[in-house]
Design a protein around this ligand. Structure first.
Ligand SMILES: Cc1cc2nc3c(=O)[nH]c(=O)nc-3n(C[C@H](O)[C@H](O)[C@H](O)COP(=O)(O)OP(=O)(O)OC[C@H]3O[C@@H](n4cnc5c(N)ncnc54)[C@H](O)[C@@H]3O)c2cc1C
Length: 78
């Protein structure tokens, strides 16, 4: 039997910061741009928290992009 449970954020922090959400078939996740930056400047997200589906390879790639984007943001600003 295959099940498709809904997911939910385990932290209130994105909500407290005012990060915008996307809504997929298995729950909500953070809206990010191609640099993995959320709708709040200077706040980045990656992996399952920023995707509508879970996949290890995608999460690792997102993490690399988010890390590079944080560095870029710190050096060059927004
Ligand atoms: C049953 C199952 C089977 C899967 N099978 C596959 C598969 O075969 N192939 C595949 O590619 N993907 C699979 N996935 C998906 C894959 O596991 C995820 O996409 C991947 O682990 C996402 O990585 P992540 O780093 O974004 O999140 P996670 O691996 O979930 O890591 C998040 C970490 O943050 C920690 N955390 C949470 N809240 C807080 C907090 N407030 N403070 C501090 N730490 C916190 C958690 O404890 C966790 O260690 C599967 C998932 C499940 C549930």
């Amino acid at each position: 039997m295959f099940t498709m449970p809904n997911t939910r954020m385990s932290s209130e922090l994105p909500h407290q910061l005012g990060c915008a959400l996307e809504h997929g078939p298995v729950g909500s996740y953070l809206k990010v741009n191609s640099l993995m930056e959320t709708s709040v400047p200077g706040v980045f997200a990656c992996g399952d928290t920023a995707r509508g589906f879970g996949n290890v390879a995608m999460a690792v790639g997102d993490g690399a992009m988010a890390g590079a984007s944080v560095h870029r943001s710190l050096v060059f600003g927004h």
